[in-house]
Write a new protein. Structure first.
Lengths: 235, 288
């Protein structure tokens, strides 16, 4: 009996630590994308996480694991829509983001639909769903239906245990704004299609929330040149 | 005609108002283009609607069977009538790929892949990709673990696949209106004789072929009926169209005479005793 309890507690403990790590990575991700988050929010220590989000039974209370973040002014400026004669001061492509950990034991089309509806109704420009279970393919299909109102992304908790961009072998990725992209294409006299490409489902592209058509600048260390920048078009 | 006979003097200035001339034609083209655009948009709209119905059906069917508390509780072999009807009616528009998604969705919810089965799917307690089935027996097989975990039992797998083979690859919007497409559930044999009967793949193939042949025959018959209707020789229609024919003898009073050559030598111009005067008339007109 005591063994059983010990095993349970150990499993709970492991799950708590995993969730905490995903929680921290998701905050780092939001901050890296340019959303406004305080330093305390991003670097939440495990003890504080425990205080806040652990239920009485000693398990993670996932229904509390949700937050929204507003884009910083820099980010708003960077993703400004191009001005047209009809609309001289258009808004920005980015808006408030809603991040939520899945509170249920399954992630099917129904849950995804509920999440998409929630994000669309509350006017969130983007929604991130972090799941601790596998996602069904009909759930993935639901995402496209909300594309008009809100950009839904999903991550597995397992994929967020470590922040991949902190890895030594992952170079710095910077998304270019529309103007920067135009300048780049002009400078090198390129068409979009002549750039090297990066997939939308590339882990780093997913991390940065890239959309089709955006260009990312990848800054690598180089033994001979010190720094080497290459550009990739998101497809 | 009169206005064209006397055209107004042509100005040397650039035409200032060509709109008056072209409006009707332009308007026509514009409305035509608009109608075409609307037509295509509505087609796309309908397709979206159908694909939405399918994804709604996936969600609805992933929750079946309902009424687990009913007595007797429904089982995969004897589902409740409501469930069976809603299943067969909603699955009608599915493509095999949609059906696979439905199975995956149900598995995600921890249920057996067969829609009418209330049991949870089995979990194989072992690591590794494959599992040995029926080890040491004749029907020994190596099965991917994933494949096994989709169902609660072999019987359910068979029932689900029986549905799948009836689904059609053609796009859903092409089949939406056809009422003839009906999906039928797997015919359960009596529980004792079930195994021997259903585990005969050759018999099942033969059955499939028979149903296929039946369908082809039905189609040929309906084609023949349509063709007959087009020709107008269906039994029913001919009865109505029949005209009473009376044969009447012609009275002959004088003796038959020997045929003679014509007086004026243009017998060769006669067509069944009639001499067409078209040419002659025209010549006379020309001279006159």
């Amino acid at each position: 009996m005591a063994d059983q309890e010990d095993a349970n507690r150990e499993a709970n403990e492991r799950s708590i630590v995993r969730t905490w790590r995903a929680w921290r990575t998701v905050h780092e991700m939001a901050a890296d994308r340019g959303y406004e988050l305080t330093q305390e929010e991003v670097n939440l220590p495990l003890e504080r996480f425990r205080e806040r989000y652990i239920s009485n039974e000693g398990t993670v209370n996932r229904s509390l694991l949700k937050f929204s973040a507003r884009p910083s002014d820099d980010m708003m400026r960077k993703f400004q829509k191009p001005a047209t004669p009809n609309d001289p001061s258009p808004g920005s492509d980015c808006g408030t983001i809603w991040i939520e950990f899945l509170d249920e034991s399954t992630l099917g089309a129904e849950q995804m639909r509920k999440f998409g509806k929630f994000c669309a109704e509350h006017n969130y420009a983007a929604g991130v769903l972090v799941s601790n279970v596998a996602v069904s393919s009909s759930a993935k299909k639901e995402i496209a239906k909300f594309a008009q109102w809100t950009a839904i992304e999903w991550f597995l908790e397992d994929d967020l245990l470590i922040n991949i961009t902190h890895h030594d072998l992952v170079p710095r990725h910077v998304i270019l704004s529309r103007d920067e992209k135009a300048a780049l294409l002009k400078r090198y006299r390129l068409k979009e299609t002549q750039l090297p490409r990066i997939l939308v489902r590339d882990p780093v592209a997913k991390y940065l929330g890239m959309k089709r058509g955006q260009v990312v600048k990848i800054i690598r260390k180089s033994e001979t040149a010190g720094r080497y920048a290459s550009y990739r078009l998101c497809v | 005609m009169d206005t064209q006979a006397k055209p107004p003097p042509k100005g040397i200035l650039k035409k200032t108002n060509p709109i008056a001339e072209t409006t009707s034609a332009e308007l026509d083209a514009a409305t035509k283009a608009r109608n075409l655009a609307i037509h295509h948009a509505s087609i796309i709209h309908d397709r979206r609607k159908i694909s939405d119905t399918i994804s709604d059906a996936v969600i609805a069917l992933s929750k079946l069977p309902s009424g687990a508390s009913a007595t007797p509780p429904p089982s995969a072999a004897s589902p409740s009538d409501d469930d069976a009807v809603s299943f067969t009616s909603q699955i009608r528009l599915f493509q095999p790929s949609d059906y696979d998604e439905l199975i995956e969705e149900r598995n995600c919810l921890g249920k057996c892949g067969y829609v009418l089965c209330p049991k949870p799917r089995i979990k194989v307690n072992q690591t590794g990709e494959f599992k040995l089935v029926n080890f040491g027996r004749k029907d020994f097989a190596i099965v991917p673990k994933k494949e096994m975990e989709r169902w609660c039992s072999q019987a359910c797998a068979r029932r689900a696949m029986y549905i799948k083979v009836q689904l059609n690859e053609t796009a859903a919007w092409e089949r939406a209106g056809i009422e003839g497409i009906q999906i039928e559930l797997y015919q359960e044999a009596s529980s004792s004789g079930n195994r021997g009967k259903t585990s005969d793949p050759a018999g099942e193939i033969a059955k499939d072929l028979r149903s296929l042949k039946l369908e082809a025959d039905r189609k040929a018959a309906s084609d023949a009926r349509e063709l007959a209707l087009e020709r107008g020789d269906t039994g029913e229609k001919a009865q109505k169209r029949r005209v009473a024919v009376k044969v009447k003898e012609k009275d002959v009073s004088n003796a038959p005479a020997e045929p003679s050559l014509d007086q004026n030598n243009d017998g060769h111009l006669l067509l069944e005793g009639y001499k067409p005067k078209f040419d002659a008339q025209q010549q006379k007109d020309h001279v006159g």
